[in-house]
Design a protein around this ligand. Structure first.
Ligand SMILES: Cc1cc2nc3c(=O)[nH]c(=O)nc-3n(C[C@H](O)[C@H](O)[C@H](O)COP(=O)(O)OP(=O)(O)OC[C@H]3O[C@@H](n4cnc5c(N)ncnc54)[C@H](O)[C@@H]3O)c2cc1C
Length: 302
C-alpha cells in the first residue's frame, strides 16, 4: 500500500523519467546485476530532496548508486528506488587552494583538474574509477593516500529529504568507509588542497599510473579490490598464499594477475562472484586464521 503510494507520487512528480525495471548490469563496472524496481536520475538538489522525502514518508527503500565501480548487485536486483545524480552534479570549481565539486563528477576528472591547477593532495586518486560521491562514501584511497585527508566539508541530503552538511571530523572517516548517516546522499564536496608545481604533480600521477597498470588486471570487467586489507597485512598476499589465483565459478574468476580481483570473464552472475568470495574467505580463514572483510559492497535482494 505504502509502496504503491510512493510509486504514484514519484510518477506524478517525475513522469516518465521514473523508469521501471532498469537493468543495473548496465551501470556497474562488473557488468553484473538484476533490475532496479524503480530508477531515477535527479538533476538538482530540490529533485533529490523531493524524491527522498516521498520515499521516506511512504517507507520505500532507497539505494543511492554512484558510478557502480565498487558494487556487486544481486541477480534478483534491487527492490524499491535506485537514485542516481545526473549531469547537474558534475560541476567543478576552483577558488585559490579550494576545489568545490559536484558529487557526480568523476574522481579521475577531479584529479586531473587539481593537477592542472597546481593543487596537491589528490594525486593518489589517479586510476581510481567512480564518482566523487562514491569516493567519499568509501573513503577511497591508494598508495598511502585517502580522500578523507583533503576534505573540508561535505554537503548533501539526508534520508528524510532535508539538506545537511558535515565537516571532515563529523563525517567519521575510517579505512574504506565514512561514518555519514545511513541514507545520506552526498551532492557536493569542498576540498582543501596545497599549492604545488604542475609538472611535479603530473610526474607523480604518471608514476602511480604505471604502478597501477603493472599490478591490476587490464580489460576484464571487475569492481577493484574484493577484500579490504586486514590490519598490517595485504589481502592479495593472503589470497595468493591460499592458492586462490585463477579459481573459477561460472563466468567469474579470481584474476591471474592480482589475487584480490575477481573478473567477469563472460556472463558471470552475482551468485558466481558471491560463491568465490565465500570460498576465498573460508580458505584464508583456514590457512591463515584471518577473516577477510569484503571491500566491494553487496547490494540488493540476495
Ligand atoms: C579497476 C578498479 C580499481 C579500483 N581501485 C581502487 C583503489 O585503488 N582504491 C579504492 O579506494 N577503490 C578502488 N576501486 C573501487 C571504487 O572505484 C571506489 O570505491 C569508488 O570510490 C566507488 O565510487 P562509485 O561512484 O563507483 O560508487 P558505487 O560503487 O556506485 O557505490 C559505492 C558505495 O558508495 C555509495 N555512494 C555512491 N555515491 C554516493 C553519494 N553521492 N552519496 C552517498 N553515497 C554514495 C553507494 O551507495 C555505495 O554504498 C577500484 C575499482 C575498480 C573497478
Amino acid at each position: 500500500m505504502a509502496e504503491s503510494e510512493a510509486k504514484r507520487e514519484l510518477g506524478a512528480r517525475f513522469g516518465d523519467r521514473l523508469v521501471r525495471g532498469f537493468p543495473l548490469a548496465e551501470l556497474t563496472s562488473f557488468h553484473i546485476g538484476g533490475p532496479a524496481d524503480l530508477m531515477l536520475a535527479v538533476e538538482d538538489e530540490q529533485e533529490l530532496c523531493d524524491a527522498l522525502e516521498i520515499a521516506d514518508r511512504c517507507g520505500l527503500p532507497v539505494f543511492h548508486l554512484g558510478a557502480g565501480t565498487n558494487l556487486l548487485v544481486s541477480d534478483r536486483g534491487v527492490r524499491g528506488l535506485v537514485i542516481r545524480l545526473g549531469k547537474g552534479f558534475e560541476r567543478i570549481d576552483v577558488m585559490g587552494t579550494r576545489i568545490v565539486t559536484g558529487a557526480a563528477a568523476s574522481f579521475g576528472t577531479l584529479v586531473e583538474f587539481a593537477v592542472k591547477h597546481g593543487l596537491a593532495g589528490l594525486e593518489f586518486g589517479e586510476g581510481i574509477p567512480g564518482s566523487v560521491g562514491g569516493a567519499i562514501a568509501m573513503n577511497a584511497g591508494a598508495f598511502g593516500g585517502e580522500i578523507a585527508s583533503v576534505v573540508n566539508a561535505i554537503h548533501g541530503v539526508g534520508q528524510e529529504g532535508k539538506r545537511r552538511s558535515f565537516d571532515r571530523e563529523e563525517a567519521g572517516f575510517a579505512y574504506r568507509r565514512s561514518g555519514l548517516p545511513s541514507g545520506f546522499v552526498v551532492t557536493m564536496v569542498d576540498f582543501e588542497l596545497k599549492s604545488g608545481d604542475c609538472e611535479a604533480l603530473q610526474a607523480r600521477v604518471n608514476e602511480l599510473k604505471a604502478k597501477r597498470a603493472a599490478r591490476q588486471p587490464g580489460s576484464l570487467p571487475n569492481a577493484g579490490s574484493i577484500f579490504k586489507n586486514p590490519p598490517g597485512k595485504f589481502a592479495g598476499r593472503l589470497l595468493e598464499a591460499a592458492g586462490i589465483k585463477g579459481m573459477r565459478r561460472g563466468g567469474a574468476a579470481f584474476s591471474e594477475q592480482h589475487a584480490n580481483f575477481i573478473v567477469n570473464i563472460g556472463g558471470a552472475r552475482a551468485e558466481d562472484v558471491r560463491a568465490l568470495i565465500e570460498l576465498a574467505r573460508n580458505r584464508v580463514r583456514e590457512r591463515a586464521g584471518v577473516t577477510l572483510e569484503p571491500e566491494v559492497r553487496l547490494v540488493g535482494d540476495w
